[in-house]
Design a protein. Sequence first.
Lengths: 586, 1249
Amino acid sequence: MKKIIILLLTVGILFSCTDEFGDINTDPDVITDIPTEALFTYVEKKLGDYKGAEWYHDNHQIMTWLQYVSGDQGNANDINSLEPRGGKYGLLYTDILVHLEEVRRQISLKSASDQEKYKKLGAITYIVQAFHGLRVTDLFGSIPYTQAAKARIEGIFNPDYDDQATLFDTWIAELDDAIAVLDESQVDDIDLLTADFIYGGDWDKWIKAANAIKLRIALRLESQNLTKAQSIIASVVSDGRLISSMDDEFTYNIAEGWRGTGGADMDWKGRLWAAKPMVEYMKTTLDPRLRVFYQPNGYHQATLDDISANSQTVPPAIDVDNDNAVLYTAADGEDILGYRYIGAPVDRNDPDKNDYSYIENPTTVGINATQLAKYNQRLIMNVGYNYGDGAGEGTYVDVFISYAEVCFMMSEFILKGYTSGDAEDWYEKGVRASIETYEMIADIGQLDYKIAGKSYPRVPIADSETEAYLLTPEVAFDGVNDLEKVYIQQYLNFYRLPDEGWVLARRTGYPKFGSSILARGYVNGTSDLQYPRRMPTPDPGDLNRVKWEAASAAQGISVLLETPSVLNTERLWWDKNNPAIGSGGN
Amino acid sequence: MNLNLLLLYKRIVMFTVYGFFIQLLMCSILFASGTTNAQKVISVKEVNVNMNIENEGLTSVFDKIRSSYGYKFVYDKKDLDRDLKLNGQYKDDFLYDVLVDISKKSSLGFRQVNNTITVKKLKKPMFNLSAVPMVEIVEDIGISGKVTDETGAALPGVNVVIDGSAQGSVTDLDGNYKITVPGSSTVLVFSFVGYENQQITVGSQMVIDVSLTPDVSALDEVVVTALGIKKAERTLGYSVSEVKGQEIAQTTTVTPIAALQGKAPGVQINTTSGGTYGGARITLRGNATFGKNTQPIFVVDGVAMDNDISGDGGTDWGNQLKNLNPDDFESISVLKGAAATALYGTRALHGVVIVTTKSGAKRKGLGVSFNQSFGIRTVYDEPAFQNDFGYGPVAGMFSNDVTNGRPDGDSHDNQQFAYYEDVNGTFVPSLQHNMSEENAASWGPRFEGQDYIDYDGSMAKWVAQPDNYKKMFETGTIRNTNIAIDGGGENNTFRLSFTNFSDKGVQPMNDFLKNSFSLKGTQDLVKNVITVGAGMKYTGSKMTNPPTGTLQSAWFHDGFPRSYDVDKWRNNYKDVDGGVPYPTGSNKYMYTRKSMSWFSVYENEIERNESQLLADVYVDFNIAKGLSGKINGNINQFDYKNESKNAGTSLNRISNASYSLSHGQKIQSSYGASLTYQKELSQDLKFDASIGATTWTTDASSTGVSTNGGLKVPLWYNLANSYNSVNYSGGQGAKKTINSTYAYLNFDYKSTLYLAITGRNDWSSALTYDTGAGHNSFFYPSASLSWVVNETLAIPESIFTKLRVSYAHVGNDTDPYTLSSGFTPVNLTEDPTLAMYKFENSTAISPNIKPETKKSFEVGLDMRFMNGRARMDVAYYRDNTHDQIIGLNVPTESGITKQLINAGNMQNQGVEIMLEATPIQTKDFSWDMGFAFTHNRDKIIELYPGVNEVLIGGSPNDANSGTGTFAFVGGDYGVLATYQGYKPYDGTNTANHGLPVLSQRNNWSVAYPNGRQNTDSLVSMGNIQPDWYGAFNTTLRYKGFRLYALFDMSFGGEVYSSASRYGLHQGVTESSLPNRDRENGGIVWTSEGMGNNYFGKEYEDGYIPEGVFPDGQTVRFRDADGNTTFRDVGGMTYQEAYDQGLVEPTHWSGYIYRWTSASTGSPLMGVHESNWVVLRELTFSYDLPGSLLSNSFIRTANVSLTGRDLGFLHNSMPDNINPAITSNRAGEGREMGFAPYVRSVTMALRFTF
């Protein structure tokens, strides 16, 4: 019996043993020791691959406001409402900042020599977060930044909101610090290679990107603090390391076969077509990007033959007899004539409205042939878009900061006298670069399309087209409306970065109503709608609502009031002194 | 150490198994014995002998005794030593002494049974212990008799036990019993619930008839409590509900949970739409945590079984509990409060259901029982469908292209056919080539027997198919066969049982098959000192083709219309070219409805095999007087295999065909030891105490492999047939170890005041960080007091009163790996070499996570009146769960979305009332009834500072339901809320503030309140917690006939029903009829061309929606010439605008379609109060009287007819919608896939031999 008692006591003591509990409770599916740079790679990927919701939600609306595209029946009356919020905001915190914080934390725990080796990786994390942070504040104004994404390390659940002045100052300082570190000469740098698939660990290119971001910040500061904007421009110009070729562009290209999420449709709220003002401009100037931006309508010869064989008439908007200039020649030799590119009116009371009244129900004669030109579905929506005979086989490239953008910014600064230089040269370099970049995107994306049963393999852009384009009066830098032309070219260049196009429209008021170059159209005869100039700021939830409400109040923004007029009149700080959209006031 | 225990465990199991087979052989020899003799019996110890024996042989001596004293000897001659000569002189000695002398000399043993003395050769003793007598003389006396109650009526089921032993018998249905006792000095104890015990010394009687007298103050029903300890109910300071195993077996449900419905207060069961073996949801006294599984664990003979969540997305295979075999159940004890469960430790936070299975008894001969039941399942009811209108989309949805749609001008009329232009240029109504995607919609033409072209080009008549929903289902069949053998000898007991169960579901091809074996036994190794016991239960089950939502929900969402002919299409789902007619393919008839579903039902094979082994073994030691010990071990091994053969629906049958095979295993084991000490301190004060320790471990793993990119060869289901290299999944599963020590102390003061104190400490690996640190040790105590008031205060005996009160803490850990964090790789298909890592998830873990604690208080009153003919039991409980381990939602700006913390105080409080009465009780006739009532409210008292609500189920962002279940801090738990409520108008026209803002769709010519306009604030739609739920049962008994009825009910509380919402959306339910046309009250008007209406056309489906147009709203009109104008209606209600002639009525179909749709509508239209009363069970049974069976080998026979889920007596859901929810996870308040109304009727035959 004694033995039994001893046994039981022994058992009892053994049972309370917890030595192996740590091992038992370690999840075999997670790893704790990873290469630090692999976290950075993940962040670079997130910069580009979150896009499903963006073209589905944000671009659908923003591209309509900007008149890159137009809804059916000349824009329905809820086009200026704002339903979606996009994915950029959450991305900043739960993907970008939190992992970049972790990159820096891991570096700080390394040995002194490794810290030195990883120093420049640490520096470029700031460039990435300033780049994306700027994209976010453009939409939402004051946002948490300096205290953000620190829950894992410092346990901060309710980060302070930084106003835009603070954000801009912070980013400029962080970018300057990053450039300084990247300029240091280190013997034993980490070689990022593919871990940095944007620049392959080329520190010099990261400096160029940092400078471009500084210029973007200067643009936004212009109407609030011109002095500061000019000093930023001056510092970039004196540094001199600007993006100077396509090779320097901040480009996201990891050969992914899709853009965004398959299955969703940008036309979810109604069909979207090429917008009439932009199509008219591109037709007039024979802009070589026309065929990259938009698909022609279905009125090729077979369709016209079908119509006449069925004794039907061609709709009045399609002026076969007069609108027949050759826009370009298709791969099979077919001349694409003017009437193949008919944009949807942006004015819902367009005088020729009745000509377009068929928009809702495209005529189907034989093969289903739409009468309007549509945005290029593989460029905008999904590079794998299926035109009915198989998905696209190209891959998707996103140019987040283009050479062209830098050129146009420089041209604009020079024209405005903020710095010196040859505005015309920068302008022309910009136009060429923009066309070249779109040609690159089209090439890699293999942007073929199939219209009304006919395949249209991609036609590469010839240099001669670009040079001819530069000579057309609407494009030529000839002392007439040069600044507007710079704006128009920026506007065209931002076709695939609608957020930046939206910044341009807010900051400059261009494209403007009644312009002789590229006129913005009124939505309702002679009056326009009040377009949102920001996105509703997301409610952070219970734990930070007080600061959110305070930050909103400080910006003069009402929370949870998302009517178009509120979103139009209650502006973000950098936007407060800007002109009305389309007014050309600046 | 675990290894050693495992070895010990294995040895004991082996030993026990062999022991049983030996036992079996022995028992079968004994089977034939047992005749009774009406003579008086005199023990050999009482017979005086005067006899001389001189050199006589054994047979001669036996003859002498027989002739002189009347005892007959029975022996086998080969046992007798022929050469042995006996000598002896006896004078006034007892015959007993003579036999002892003979035995000593001959090594023979004698056994007296009445007047027969059986002689057998004594075996060599097993253990050479001095305590074992060399001479075995046993005198057995066969006693029989009848037990009656105070009225003279037979009392079946009375325990007749030999005092001081575990041996005994039970009276049969006629109150008769038989028992063999070891001598005339034996005392028999007769006991029966509610009656006073009676003790009778056998003496010389051979027939002992007993009349028992009721004893209301006894309350000595014995119930099973924590750790399987049996206790008298009067001693308990908390409530325990016990259900007899028979009641569960009778229901022939797959999961024992469903069978518990309505059986005990405080137990809430929700059926789900998971089908035959899908999960049912059980909660005891509400939800203790925000977690998704708040269900109690099931402990079967000491082996704990997981009660997992199932059906929470994907296929519902049910959980482990379906592998239990109710035929083996002796009783089910439901332990609700923490005081009742505290000894179970961390896994008992949500309560414990203890299942005790049947054991063999020490008895003469073998008990054999045989049960056979047959039953059918039918879908007996369906939603209230409209049968007036057939297929057709809502107004505005048709295109004007006549090839696939309608002639120009008809597109806003919802009662036109789709047309097809035939070779003669005639437009004929046609569903062939129909291009609309809204295929279930029944907004089409009235059924008038018109001719039309069907999906496949055949001609058909346009008539309603009123039963097309019911016709999808088949008649299910249930068959259950159980055979059990039990017995026991001097030193052992055993029970062996086999059950074969099959249940063919009502859905085509859906089957469940189960074979269960169980073996349970005990063996005394050293009599009265060491006993070993073991049990093994093995179940192999096979499930095929679980119900798929696509068929169950076929009628309301993306399903089929009211004109759909199930009989025609269920056998006609393949395209003539092969594969399935597929909406986007180029097959022959593209839009045959549900062809994909039929194809998947009849062509795909999805099968799951499970095997489950529960084994337990224990050794009991009697160490000294009052001191005993126990060592036990058990294991629960669960294996499954899933195999899925998906036939390709494509023409070539390979490109989207697939095959997958997966296996998984989960092993849980537990080892423990305990010591128990009992002592009577004085006449008035007794106590017993115990200490013990256990270690419990769970480990799981799984692997799955599936083909990738289709198959290479059609219809060959093999992994080698994968088009691309196979996909694999799975890996190591969760591992956890909990070590525990526990102790309890029970005091009994004068048998009127009982105090029980328990304490337990757990050490859980799940609360340990990977560094090894962590608050992984936690202690929880309980105390409970029971006071039988009668004996203290002078309360008349006829009113028995007991008060009970308890307070307890129960601790809880968390899931394995919750505290483990790290990074996970992200793979880029395009470049597999690119190394990318991210945080495993966006939850950060606080460094000081500690266990959760539930503090539970309970007070109860048990009163019985009129000598127990009426009873009332009331309990009030309040449970507070503190420091829940939760993923606190934190602002994403912090870089994470959740922080794992301890927080909160969640409270459940409620009242349970049980009323029982026996209004009539006579010899032949009795009437019993009982009513159980439960009111429970869960509430969050506090959470994390600044946090106002927690999402506990569903999601307000769910694309389909838009409904989440929330708990608001300081407010209600279980609030159904959405972001898709309508937006109240707050514009310039203040007169209309608060009314819903309308959305105007010009191209549809409809206006409706938009569920997507107000996505910032949660709109409360109802609460899933019923105000009360309960059950009423009644039993009528006349002689051997018994009629039992159980009604189950729930009142208050809301359900979100997608069937209700989308049935309206698609125009298939009766509620969609109003306003549809002139006959149904629709406004008739001639259009001025509003929206896309055609100018001058007459419409008859007009409706004026309630709501206000937003400021600036314009409505488009197009005149006869096609000129367009806009009219400003901003700030006006629809009625005001209509009264002023600014708008036309809106189309009813478009209005209701939009307002219920997933993209623009609101779940508000699916939320309804759910009150129901169900006739859950009706049983009619007949026990064949003993007199009929007396000349057969059958001991008892019973035949019964049981109906389950017979129907709703009351159902508050509209359109006769079934309120069954989707999953058994906590906080689920949604029906996301309609459950058919299934009832079963089973006939059972039960025999014992």
